[in-house]
Ligand binder design. Sequence first.
Ligand SMILES: Cc1ncc(COP(=O)(O)O)c(C=O)c1O
Length: 456
Amino acid sequence: MTISQTDLSPEDYRRIDRAHVWHPIFQHQALENTDLTVIKEAHGTTIIDSEGNQYLDALSGLWNVNVGYGRKQIADAVYEQMQQLSYYPLSQINVPATLLADKLAELLPGDLQHVFFSNSGSEANETSIKIARQYGRQKYPGQNRYKIIARYRGYHGFTYGAMSATGQTQRRKVFEPLVPGFLHAQPPYCYRCPLGKYHPECGVACADEIEQIVQWEGVDTVIAVIAEPIIGGGGVIVPPDDYLPKLREICDRYGLLLILDEVITGFGRTGAPFACEHWDVQPDIISLAKGLTSGYLPLGASVVTPEVFDVFRGAPDDYLEFAQVATYGGHPVTCAAGLANLNILTEERLWENSARVGSYLLDKLRVLQDLPVVGDIRGKGLMIGVELVNPDQSSLDTATTNKVVGMMRDRGILIGKVSHTMDEPENTIFLAPPLIVTTPEADRIFDSLRDVLSDM
Ligand SMILES: Cc1ncc(COP(=O)(O)O)c(C=O)c1O
């Protein structure tokens, strides 16, 4: 019997689920009064539940279903690959991993050429961080360059290294103590500048803070800066145009690696193949996941330049090789899914639709700026955040922001919001539909949001 033939009612699934499934960042006591939806099917941008209700998925799952749901081309590639070679470790060549690495090297900007595969965004960042630390020891022998500078509000994953780089109180504090050697600077959050300054007069002081940390810690102890080009789950924080170029300059000045976490922003989400291209900034290491397979199977990757890769070259008994292996890194089936997904992305040039429909939606949303509940509207491509406020401009409380999400859902639109980040109201909602979204669908998202926010 296949799963689709099981004949249980939604209530049966809920009963079994309540008994056994531990949902992430979810208060299970709430299940005493609430029913979770049983999601049954999805096609294109549409999710269908077990009662037959249809929803427009304006968050692409978790910002990852870039090519949309139900692509037969990916399902076929996975089916064929599973029959031909279901698994072999990457100690030898497997064809999908080789072809996917080649495709990534072609698609990525600049000379990001060498791909280390993992299984998620957290693992991709964990790997990028470990590459940076081993690089530091081998590139600068006699020094101890291991510290990594990240930003508050940034998110890099749930594993210990990636979580230590994460700058979100709620995702860290119950797991402390964290991995030593991670430092945090203020984010480029111009709407509520943590330094109390205004751009451009500030001269991007938040980037200067990173330089100051390097100097105060001692340059011979620091190896890398890690940053999302646009902070995602921390509130869709789009930096001013001079921020990322300045980070690059600081890294160059002190011999630091720039690790860009493009787990959300990669593969067309922001209207360019990769977000760093908006500012013409080249990272030394890029972390990828989510849109790499559009969520069809789990896959992550860290891609580095030849300059970084060369530091790991040596004779076998030099032990300079990157000291990490994962059973499933470069799995042939997940790589086949990735390859089919990237073929769709490039054949349909989906970043162009993301740029077009994204700026259409963002322009429309700007008229909502006059509503008292709307504080800030920001985004790039199909990565949009709307920060909600009280009439006195203070942050709207979390419960009322949750109500907005619920009212959108009642209108058949699934959106996201900031969740479990800082110890403060979580008042930014997210719009990030699949990159295939049409202008009529963008109109539906806009119309519903206008109605909901006008009623506040
Ligand atoms: C920017 C960023 N990096 C890393 C991650 C972690 O990815 P994963 O949940 O696949 O481990 C996420 C997840 O949302 C993310 O948004």
